[in-house]
Write a protein that binds this ligand. Sequence first.
Ligand SMILES: NC(=O)C1=CN([C@@H]2O[C@H](COP(=O)(O)OP(=O)(O)OC[C@H]3O[C@@H](n4cnc5c(N)ncnc54)[C@H](OP(=O)(O)O)[C@@H]3O)[C@@H](O)[C@H]2O)C=CC1
Ligand SMILES: Nc1nc(=O)c2c([nH]1)NC[C@@H]1CN(c3ccc(C(=O)N[C@@H](CCC(=O)O)C(=O)O)cc3)C=[N+]21
Ligand SMILES: [Mg+2]
Length: 282
Amino acid sequence: MATILDGKQTSEKRLETLREAIAGSGLHPKLATVIVGNDPASQMYVRMKHKACEKVGIASVGVELPADATTRTVVDKVRALNRDGSVDGILVQLPLPSQVDTGRVINAISPEKDVDGYHPENMGHLFLGKPRFSSCTPTGIMTLLAEYQIPVAGARAVVAGRSIDVGRPMAALLLNADATVTICHSKTKDLAEELKRADILVSAVGKPHFITKEMVKEGAVVIDVGINQLEGKLVGDVDFEAVKEVASAITPVPGGVGPMTIATLMENTFRSAQERACDRVL
Ligand SMILES: NC(=O)C1=CN([C@@H]2O[C@H](COP(=O)(O)OP(=O)(O)OC[C@H]3O[C@@H](n4cnc5c(N)ncnc54)[C@H](OP(=O)(O)O)[C@@H]3O)[C@@H](O)[C@H]2O)C=CC1
Ligand SMILES: Nc1nc(=O)c2c([nH]1)NC[C@@H]1CN(c3ccc(C(=O)N[C@@H](CCC(=O)O)C(=O)O)cc3)C=[N+]21
Ligand SMILES: [Mg+2]
């Protein structure tokens, strides 16, 4: 039976530590969120982020733009937030509606305020092995592994998925932590065989029951990033009940990676506030 990696509890502990650090800092960090359209899932996530801000003492402003907003409108809004000296972090909730050019919007975010770590400059720092802001989900996963003292150096890590927000930065962070990293995607030959070699398996594919027991090596650590709806229930990518019998440790969904994502966003926002305060003094 696997150890359950409790992201909810770990995140609560980290948020409490962060609350104390912010209260003692004399700083007033502020996060701005931008949401385009009225997708209920996106609205729920943004609400969760604002709630976490409230918990730790980060001020937050929510910008809501209509579903038919143009790239220009979104970019102009981002630029206004770049100029607003009171804002430390800017998060543009993804996905954006199809008429909006996501790349141009992300490029418009000031890299100093890019607490999601999606800007090419921050991606570059991450891939060079010297991250400034690295995306919240992969960073939260590294925190969770560290919290449970799971060794990463030398481990064979296999990441399923190569998205900009999860798979790629996950692979970079694991590499920076000295794992031997394989990235799989929809064109991967013999996926099951690749996955079965993993000491640490991260699934960010977005398909329920995608990872079956047969794909997991005895004793592997299994990290489930997936958030999927199945028969009205929230499930990950991993067939949890079966895989927990072979894994040595596993994240549940809900209560695993998701809460760590939000805790990391709060930590990144405070760090941004600290660095911006430093820059003002210099
Ligand atoms: N818990 C959290 O905090 C977060 C959870 N999520 C969830 O994680 C999941 C993944 O998100 P995201 O990375 O944005 O997803 P994307 O849809 O952007 O990427 C999915 C990736 O999976 C790959 N893939 C799809 N089908 C297969 C297959 N049959 N075999 C191998 N690889 C495959 C795709 O390959 P290719 O590139 O070739 O198309 C792609 O790289 C989603 O469920 C999402 O909701 C996302 C962000 C945060
Ligand atoms: N710019 C941007 N940054 C993001 O970080 C970002 C994004 N866009 N778009 C969408 C994805 C998704 N994401 C999640 C965050 C928390 C949970 C989370 O806390 N989930 C809870 C369950 C919540 C529920 O009940 O549905 C859990 O897993 O326990 C899930 C998913 C961040 N994302
Ligand atoms: Mg995505």
